[in-house]
Design a protein around this ligand. Structure first.
Ligand code: UT7
Length: 333
């Protein structure tokens, strides 16, 4: 994908936040008919974090992750020009980014939500890089945060075992085009498959008596796991290869593959299709499950803390999920 690049963009720092309460597969087997063995062998998940407590919301996690990223580079929040909050579980249907803006004190930032489920962080990174590379903004905070535990049907064992709550943040800054580290991206959507993964809006059966107007509410997550699995394993390697090809880069040059953490078997299948050694695939599913828009920044932040990803590494980041939407971004770290 070609973009008008006047200057470069780079990632300065990352941060992440998880709820304190963990919920193991064993505990899960006490509320739905499942087992640690089934969940672990089918998904690689051992436990997940759940945001409990009546006063807690996605905003608390997003704010904490953002503050951690800011602290790492001692950046004053007033230097942030734009905040993009990737989430599908906002605390307010009008958006939660403005609450994050006020709580971290980013008084000069414009803030908006971006809804693209598990691809939200990748789409937000690309959006941020465009604002930076065209010279519109200097510093951008991108946050991926989701609390899908609030939208899961806790009696549906085919979905409730998968998801966990978390937030991850990245601070991007403009730089000279020679130092540009957001090298390329490749994005896709196929709305024909949207039925396979949704939190659908359900209208009331009876309309308002005078207005012929239906109102309703959102339902729980519904997912055709097999279709989403097949789609991810087929489409994500193609997207990654297209993105690498646009840079004349080979898979051998990839140091790290940071995929949306949906299922360990999906990570393995994608790595196998690309002939990328499994050791290069970042995975933290065991501890957190699928944290939707937070999964990639959470995995990135941990991989940096663990000193896996280091300066100059080629990091291939790919997200996929509801929409169905999927895409890749290649970063020289
Ligand atoms: O971030 C969004 C992207 N989402 C994804 O990437 C999800 C992709 N899909 C998946 O990860 C997998 O499809 C699942 C993990 C959701 C399911 O694994 P699967 O191997 O596709 O299992 P399945 O749905 O084909 O179910 C196999 C069997 C069924 O029983 P029968 O019909 O064979 O008797 C299910 O009823 O396993 C049963 N089953 C369970 N058993 C124990 C389904 N869920 C469970 C469960 N515990 N939690």
């Amino acid at each position: 994908m070609k973009s008008l690049m006047i200057q470069g963009a780079k990632i300065l720092a990352t941060g992440s936040a998880i709820p304190s309460s963990s919920f193991s597969n064993h505990q899960m087997s006490e509320i739905v008919q499942t087992s640690d063995e089934w969940i672990f062998t089918r998904t690689g998940i051992k436990e997940r974090r759940l945001l409990k407590g009546v006063d807690q919301s996605i905003i608390d996690l997003a704010v904490l992750a953002s503050k951690k990223a800011l602290n790492k580079i001692s950046m004053d929040p007033s230097q942030i020009d734009l905040i993009i909050l990737a989430t599908s579980s906002p605390h307010d249907l009008f958006g939660s980014a403005s609450k994050v803006q006020s709580e971290i004190g980013a008084i000069n930032a414009v803030a908006f939500d971006l809804t693209a489920a598990c691809s939200g962080f990748v789409l937000s990174l690309v959006t941020a890089s465009q604002f930076l590379q065209t010279g519109a903004y200097k510093n951008i905070l991108v946050v991926g945060a989701d609390v899908l535990s609030k939208w899961v049907d806790w009696s549906d064992r085919s979905t409730c075992i998968l998801f966990g709550d978390a937030a991850g943040a990245a601070i991007l800054q403009s730089c000279s085009s020679n130092d540009n580290s957001i090298l390329s991206f490749q994005l896709n959507t196929n709305g024909n498959y949207s039925k396979h993964l949704s939190i659908a809006y359900e209208q009331n059966i009876a309309p308002h008596p005078q207005l012929d107007l239906y109102q309703g509410s959102f339902k729980y997550i519904s997912m055709n796991g097999k279709e989403v699995y097949k789609f991810a394993v087929f489409q994500v390697p193609l997207s990654i290869l297209k993105c690498l090809n646009s840079l004349n880069m080979s898979v051998e040059e990839v140091d790290w593959l940071v995929l949306h953490q949906a299922n360990d078997r999906i990570l393995t299948a994608i790595a196998e299709k690309l002939s990328i050694n499994r050791n290069k695939v970042i995975s933290n599913l065991g501890k957190y499950g699928n944290t939707s828009a937070a999964s990639i920044p959470l995995a990135l932040d941990e991989a940096i803390q663990d000193k896996k990803i280091s300066h100059n590494d080629i990091v291939v980041i790919a997200g996929f999920g509801a929409g169905l939407t999927w895409g890749t971004i290649i970063v020289r770290w």
